[in-house]
Design a binder for this molecule. Structure first.
Ligand code: SF4
Length: 318
């Protein structure tokens, strides 16, 4: 079997917020991203998915665990050792307004990674790559001399995508790349990412809080709740046969045309708020919001089990 592009094993990131107080942002997370595929990481705001992404790309230092990228564990590489890895692992950020430098032209923004990694031998070669990339994301060479504030949100995100893709990385971490955009623009940006993946074989870790969009773009899905992965499987299986009460709750918020599927997803939704991630209590973290909670749930943390081939869930019901 082909080596996966990314294997995350027991990844943990805790932030100290005072004496004896730690935010368990990412807590023993495991998943595999197949080469050339998309793994969707989904959950409410504050569930730890962005912290997980930022730990994988080493913006945050992992507390524990392995990040095996292209066969190499990069979890504890020094900044200098990370340099060649970064060339192959890029990130698209959520906010196209905040993530682009307002003082730089679009040309300079897209050229920055080429210069940082000494990819081109001449200014002409840099320009050729920048203009070619602009075309691939649906912009033109005429846009190169303009500044970010002269563009719409969708166009800015295209610039952010061009910056991430200009090095033709093997893995792109897409951290909610469409949630700040108008609904009418979201599909265009998603289609742009999909077309690029089909042409280049790029792998994506796609972070989102909206399960309907994640299903559309992802081959496999992991559902996160309060720093932990609670369910994972291929995308069709999760949608047709959700097991974890939290996943069912997330899915019940999506309107479904097929009455059979709608019945399968019948649920009370996810009521209540996400509890604090500071020093979480033992037991299932979803316990306080789960309509199926039983005594064991507040006493023992449910282990991840394979409930069906390739379909994993952490819940005492299974
Ligand atoms: Fe609900 Fe218990 Fe399953 Fe947690 S382990 S999701 S509380 S049934």
């Amino acid at each position: 079997m082909e080596q996966p592009i990314l294997q995350v094993e027991h990844l943990t990131k805790f932030f100290s917020v005072g004496p004896h107080a730690e935010v368990h942002a990412v807590d023993d997370v495991n998943f595999t991203l197949r080469r050339g595929r998309t793994f969707g990481l989904v959950g409410e705001s504050g569930c730890g998915k962005s912290s997980c992404a930022r730990t994988i790309i080493r913006i945050y230092e992992p507390s524990q665990g392995k990040i095996i990228f292209n066969g190499q564990d990069i979890a504890h590489l020094k900044p200098r050792q990370m340099q060649p890895v970064r060339r192959n692992m890029q990130m698209i950020f959520q906010d196209p307004y905040a993530s682009l430098n307002a003082r730089m032209t679009v040309r300079d923004i897209i050229a920055e990674p080429l210069k940082a990694h000494h990819v081109c031998k001449s200014k002409q070669e840099v320009d050729e790559k920048v203009f070619a990339m602009l075309n691939r994301v649906g912009l033109t060479a005429e846009h190169a001399g303009r500044y970010a504030h002269e563009f719409s949100g969708g166009q800015r995100q295209r610039v952010g995508i061009a910056r991430a893709l200009v090095l033709n990385p093997a893995l792109v971490i897409c951290d909610e790349p469409i949630s700040a955009l108008d609904v009418s623009i979201q599909a265009q940006v998603v289609n742009l990412l999909r077309d690029y993946q089909q042409a280049e074989g790029t792998s994506y870790l796609f972070i989102a809080h909206d399960l309907s969009m994640v299903r559309y773009v992802s081959d496999d899905i992991g559902v996160m709740y309060l720093g932990q992965l609670v369910e994972s499987s291929d995308s069709e299986e999760i949608y047709k046969n959700p097991l974890h009460p939290y996943t069912k709750g997330l899915l019940s918020c999506i309107p479904i045309a097929d009455p059979k599927l709608a019945r399968a997803h019948a649920s009370t939704g996810v009521e209540g708020d996400l509890p604090s991630p500071v020093n979480p209590k033992p037991g299932c973290r979803f316990c306080g919001r789960c309509p199926y909670a039983k005594p064991i749930c507040s006493e023992q943390t449910p282990a991840m089990k394979e409930a069906a081939p390739g379909h994993f869930v952490a819940c005492h019901l299974y």
